[in-house]
Ligand binder design. Structure first.
Ligand SMILES: *Cc1c(COP(=O)(O)O)cnc(C)c1O
Length: 455
């Protein structure tokens, strides 16, 4: 059960079927464009959507809003240094600011950044420097379920480093957990392997640590020899193996906004601090209010509590199991931050260019006001150059993200019921056509229309 009770409540909207139809049409059939007041259960993302604890709300009042050298920065820095072991700490307004600043100082045109999977904003930051982002991930869901489906493919890294382009590799980034790979964890063994390959060539190893605590917890569950360790000890071992990290604190910071850069290298930190000043704010607040720093410091203490993490992993597992019992094709194993379905398996009659994952997600909204995120051809497909059908994504995934401490088991039971209803009418669902879509992140603004049934 949830290891908390509820002290403040927020009513959730219950739009009628007609209102949902109207909202979806008004949004160009794109759930990102539907106003939140028309959503009953919002599983679009786990980013910035957490419920803060009583202790976090109380900490807000201790916010020191001094421009320079605020007490709140000292507290934040002490907590982050204690957690990571890194001496150089810079707050920023969210994860992508951290990536842009660190990678902007590390990469030059023609360089290569290697990752288990660059998160989309990370890839954008790599490419903005003129460098190339290379993903070398193990396959998470092919064949036998892989307990460490988030791992970097170390053999592929070794051969890249030994080959012609090896000299161009300027950094290695491990995304923990691997968001793009089903939120699967990276093992300590894999991080140690990456460290060894990097150290031999003087290449820095960074963690994209948005979900460091969930990764640490999954290591205690899945990696041999670590069952008796506290998640905080495992997290420290992860950080010890790397040269630094950045993180969106909208995830495991249990905050609604915030990010950080944490480094060992003082020179690199000084260069980053210059950019923090230029783009974020004075380096002791970096685009955040003093009260945000207080709430995040408290969140970073709470997020490694074993009871909280056990609840988080178990509720994802339970939710995935229930969806499976309802006949939905759930990817196994589940991680912590989300449960993923392969809508391609359920909607085989809808070809990828007609966006089966979008069809499923939109129907889930129409059927019960539940908002989830499509990670199929709308996100990962590419317009064909010859004007033909879209080039499909490898899979038509739908992600049910789990905001931290927000929804109870009975909310999730409701989602399972709605998903079962959608499954029962899967054969009648129709695909979508892209009317208008632009740019690398087209899913946020695309306008779609349902494909008309042909007789
Ligand atoms: C969310 C996220 C980011 C970007 O952070 P924002 O706070 O959204 O800017 C980067 N990497 C990973 C793995 C993330 O999940």
């Amino acid at each position: 059960m949830e290891p908390f009770r509820i002290k403040a409540v927020e009513p959730i909207p219950f739009p009628t079927v007609e209102e949902r139809h109207e909202a979806l049409v008004g949004a160009g059939h794109n759930l990102f464009r539907v106003p939140a007041r028309k959503i009953t259960i919002d599983l679009l993302t786990d980013s910035g959507t957490a419920a803060m604890s009583a202790a976090q709300w109380a900490a807000l009042m201790n916010g020191d809003e001094s421009y320079a050298g605020a007490r709140s920065f000292e507290r934040f820095k002490a907590v982050v240094t204690e957690l990571t072991g890194y001496p150089e700490i810079l707050p920023v307004h969210q994860g992508r600011a951290a990536e842009r600043i660190v990678l902007g100082n590390v990469l030059r045109p023609g360089d290569i950044s290697v990752s288990n999977t660059h998160f989309d904003s990370t890839r954008a930051s790599v490419e903005a420097t003129g460098a190339e982002a290379v993903d070398l991930s193990v396959s998470a869901f092919q064949g036998v379920p892989n307990p460490f489906g988030g791992d970097l493919d170390l053999d592929a890294l070794a051969s890249l480093l030994g080959g012609e382009s090896g000299r161009r590799v300027r950094c290695v980034v491990l995304t923990v957990t691997n968001n793009a790979n089903g939120g699967q964890p990276v093992s300590l063994r894999n991080i140690a392997g990456a460290r060894k390959l990097c150290a031999a060539r003087g290449i820095p190893l960074f963690l994209d640590a948005a979900r460091f605590a969930e990764n640490a917890y999954l290591i205690t569950e899945r990696e041999t020899g670590y069952a008796d360790f506290a998640p905080r000890e495992i997290a420290r071992r992860m950080f010890d193996l790397a040269d630094g990290c950045w993180a969106s604190l909208k995830k495991d910071g249990i905050g609604n906004i915030g990010g950080l850069i944490a480094l060992r290298d003082g020179d690199l930190a000084n260069r980053c601090a210059e950019q923090v000043i230029a783009y974020e704010g004075f380096p002791t607040y970096g685009g955040l209010a003093g009260r945000d720093l207080e709430a995040l410091a408290q969140g970073l203490l709470e997020v490694t509590e074993p009871g909280y993490l056990r609840y988080r992993a178990e509720s994802a597992r339970w939710f995935g199991h229930q969806l499976g019992l309802a006949g939905l094709p759930v990817l196994q194993p589940t991680g912590c931050h989300a449960v993923y379905l392969d809508a391609g398996l359920l909607l085989e009659h809808i070809p990828p260019h007609q966006l089966p994952a979008t069809a499923f997600a939109n129907e889930l909204y129409l059927a019960g006001g539940v908002r989830v995120c499509e990670l199929g051809t709308l996100v990962f497909g590419k317009p064909a150059l010859d004007g033909g059908p879209e080039l499909p994504a490898p899979r038509e995934l739908v992600r049910f993200a789990l905001p931290r401490r927000v929804y109870t088991a009975s909310h999730l039971e409701y989602v399972v019921d709605v998903a079962e209803e959608v499954r029962s009418k899967a054969a009648q669902l129709r695909g979508y056509r892209i009317v208008r879509a632009r740019g690398a992140m087209r899913q946020f603004t695309a306008v779609l229309e349902p494909v008309q049934r042909t007789r």
